[in-house]
Design a protein around this ligand. Structure first.
Ligand code: CP
Ligand code: NVA
Length: 339
């Protein structure tokens, strides 16, 4: 008799701190669950599976998408949420992470954390005793890449064998998470940018080890032509990340100007290639930072041209919507009851 393959994935009680903590099977489970939640949401089917639960959202850095995604996901699941930021709480100034964690763990079923040090997220998980979800640290942005891969799968129908290229600051939080996620999911990943901004060697080493087992490749190059040729998806992110000093703009622009994703770069990729960006993005003059940078350095568009951002190839708003569905899956998978 043929044995039925049972779903053995169980993420209850787990934190979501970085992609490398999860197996391919566990990530697949989250992506499938997110798809299911998206279908339910679009059908207007109620899914208040976690009524009466409370979660707290800690933001040391600013946010639009991540905060809204966590809040809407919580409401849709029937939960209550509290928003805390550094200016309106004791966090960091009058109370340590360890003490805050022990207080919040007594009141809440789960904690979202966006901040600077990855160790703060790890410490919150260690001391609170409840699941902690990483909403971005200096090192990683794991919920972002779940949404990115959900979006790629929606557009191509599969993930394995695709070529994803990240252009720009290849050692930032988004690039780090994309590299590890690609290795886990069998996507060929190229980090394309100047050597000065190459991905941390520990992240590269780990990603290459995982990729070797999954039959995909992890490549680093300074050459745009080599990087982008045959790409199915082109990804970029801001040149200066939250928490970096303002003075760094000048050197970053010098290093990254030629890595801007524009029509010429897109034309080197496959004809059906898509454009991805975590957002927010500096693609026009409609932000105060965009205007300021233009005044100082004379450039109107930064990491992506407005033409590409607004083109049919751009899937950035699908990606932004998918933040909510994937975050809902992470919350539900880690807090759901025994069935
Ligand atoms: N992509 C992302 O994390 O956006 P926010 O900074 O607006 O949350
Ligand atoms: N690398 C960016 C991502 C923002 C979502 C930052 O950290 O600011």
């Amino acid at each position: 008799m043929e044995e039925k393959k049972l779903n053995t994935v169980d993420l209850r009680g787990r934190s979501f701190l970085k992609i490398s903590d999860f197996t391919e099977e566990e990530i697949r489970y989250l992506l499938d669950m997110a798809k299911d939640f998206k279908d339910k949401k679009h059908r207007k089917e109620k899914h208040q599976y976690l009524k009466g639960r409370n979660i707290v959202l800690i933001f040391e850095k600013t946010s639009t998408r991540t905060r809204c995604a966590f809040e809407v996901a919580a409401f849709d699941l029937g939960m209550n949420s509290t928003y805390l930021d550094s200016s309106s709480s004791q966090l960091g100034k009058k109370e340590s992470i360890a003490d805050t964690a022990r207080v919040l763990g007594r009141m809440y079923h789960g904690i979202e954390f966006r901040g600077f040090a990855q160790s703060s997220a790890e410490d919150l998980a260690k001391y609170s005793g409840v699941p902690v979800w990483n909403g971005l640290t200096d090192s990683f942005h794991p919920t972002q890449v779940l949404a990115d891969f959900m979006t790629m799968e929606e557009k191509f129908g599969h993930l394995k064998g695709l070529k994803l290229v990240f252009l720009g600051d290849t050692r930032n939080n988004v690039a780090n998470s994309l590299m590890i996620m690609s290795a886990k999911m069998g996507v060929n990943f190229t980090a394309c940018g100047p050597k000065e901004l190459w991905t941390d060697e520990n992240v590269v080493k780990l990603s290459k080890e995982i990729a070797a087992k999954n039959g995909c490749t992890i490549t680093q190059t300074e050459d745009i032509n080599e990087g982008v040729t045959n790409a199915d998806a082109i990804y970029t992110d801001v040149w200066v990340s939250m928490g970096e000093p303002e003075e760094i703009w000048e050197s970053r622009i010098k290093l990254l100007k030629k890595y801007q994703v524009n029509k010429e770069v897109m034309s080197l990729a496959n004809s059906k290639a898509i454009f991805l960006h975590a957002l927010p993005s500096f693609h026009d003059q409609n932000t105060s930072i965009g205007v300021d940078i233009n005044k100082k350095f004379g450039i109107e568009e930064m990491e992506v041209s407005n033409e590409v951002f607004e083109s049919k190839q751009s899937v950035v708003f699908d990606e932004a919507e998918n933040r909510m569905h994937t975050i809902k899956a992470v919350i539900y998978a880690t807090l759901k009851e025994w069935e």
